[in-house]
Design a protein around this ligand. Structure first.
Ligand code: 5GP
Ligand code: MN
Length: 343
């Protein structure tokens, strides 16, 4: 975003507006953290703001400040549609292609006539927003929201709630500050957020130390389902609907599980295949180390995308067929897989 655009946004936000904030479907810590931070920021500036999420998010994010104020488009459809109708500004956060909100909400957003501001760190953004702040080098949308507030010269408005939401999104999207996208700038921002009231230890506990017994049992099943293909530096985990049902699966229970496959010594490509009989899809999460781009792999083969080292996708055939397809494609990438990462 250039100086002129910042000035235009400053002008837009200089008088009270109705504003709707939208994260992607199945929002993660970064998407919902960014949305609630922008929500609180806009309220502090005197606007009428609402977060409208396409659907619900995991229980381990429900403690976030103002989480109760979030509307779910699928469950509170009438109110959500009315809010979008009445809004003159739309913030789209942590996604860059309109189909990431799901069909129903996508159709609604396509009819929106006001100004659209998109803040996102994924690759290859669509041309939908009036103001696009896109930077694939930044670890999280929450860090970008911090920079956005800084560009608008409003850092003084960052209170404890905003700091808490931004900290949460940066922590979750960086794997607790360990991914290569974590920079010294990230740590400086984190320091400022702690100074503004974010309680780092409490936030970690709220997100990561609130597992249910079923979730840990499901993790056990996932680990025993793990398949390792040493010669292609690849590991994958199939999880069937029966596995999920056996351990009373709740939204969010499989989040992060794919990272266990990537934690194996010598493995640089990890995938989890999760059967969803309700939606009739196999949800796929892909992770890599080094140069091997799972964004590219997910785009080319599994109707998805994301970042170079973390992407998602889906398949519309059975779990077994999905894995057979995967195993058939995989050897084509042998050279890239073997040359991706030096220990
Ligand atoms: P996850 O595997 O945790 O669902 O997603 C990993 C990353 O890929 C996240 O940044 C997420 O936003 C992105 N992602 C997940 N699923 C999709 C998808 O279907 N399409 C695209 N373009 N990105 C996705
Ligand atoms: Mn993100």
């Amino acid at each position: 975003m250039n100086e002129d655009e910042i000035k235009e946004i400053n002008d837009l936000l200089s008088s009270p507006k109705n504003i709707v904030i939208v994260p992607h479907r199945n929002p993660d810590g970064d998407a919902i953290g960014a949305s609630l931070a922008v929500y609180q920021y806009l309220i502090n500036k005197g606007h009428h703001a609402m977060v409208v999420s396409p659907n619900d998010y995991p229980e381990f994010l429900h403690w976030l400040p103002n989480s109760k104020e979030v509307f779910k488009y699928d469950m509170q459809n009438r109110q959500s549609q009315a809010a979008i109708d009445e809004a003159s500004i739309l913030f789209l956060l942590d996604f860059n292609a309109l189909n990431r909100v799901g069909d129903d909400m996508q159709h609604k957003l396509e009819t929106f006539v006001g100004k659209v501001i998109m803040i996102d760190h994924h690759q290859q953004p669509d041309d939908f927003a009036d103001y696009l702040y896109s930077d694939i080098s930044i670890c999280s949308t929450c860090q970008m929201v911090y920079h956005f507030i800084e560009k608008l010269d409003d850092l003084a408005l960052i209170n404890k709630d905003i700091a808490t939401c931004l900290y949460t999104g940066i922590m979750t999207d960086t794997g607790s500050f360990r991914f290569p996208s974590t920079t010294s700038t990230t740590h400086r921002i984190i320091a400022n957020l702690i100074d503004n009231g974010a309680n780092n230890s409490k936030i970690y506990n709220n997100v990561y130390d609130t597992n249910s017994y079923g979730r840990l049992q499901l993790l056990g099943r996932a680990l025993s389902n793990l398949v390792v293909i040493d010669k292609l530096k690849t590991a994958y985990i199939p999880l069937s609907q029966a596995d999920l049902d056996e351990f009373n699966f709740q939204k969010g229970d499989t989040e992060g599980v794919v990272n266990y496959a990537l934690s194996l010594k010598g493995i640089i490509f990890a995938v989890i295949f999760i059967e969803d009989t309700d939606q009739e899809i196999i949800k796929i999460s892909l992770r890599s180390k080094g140069k091997f781009s799972v964004n590219k792999f997910a785009r080319e083969h599994f109707n998805g995308g994301g970042h170079d080292n973390a992407a998602g996708g889906k398949s519309f055939v059975s779990l077994d067929s999905t894995i057979s397809n995967f195993l058939r494609i995989l050897p084509d990438y042998k050279k890239e897989l073997l040359n991706s990462y030096e220990e």
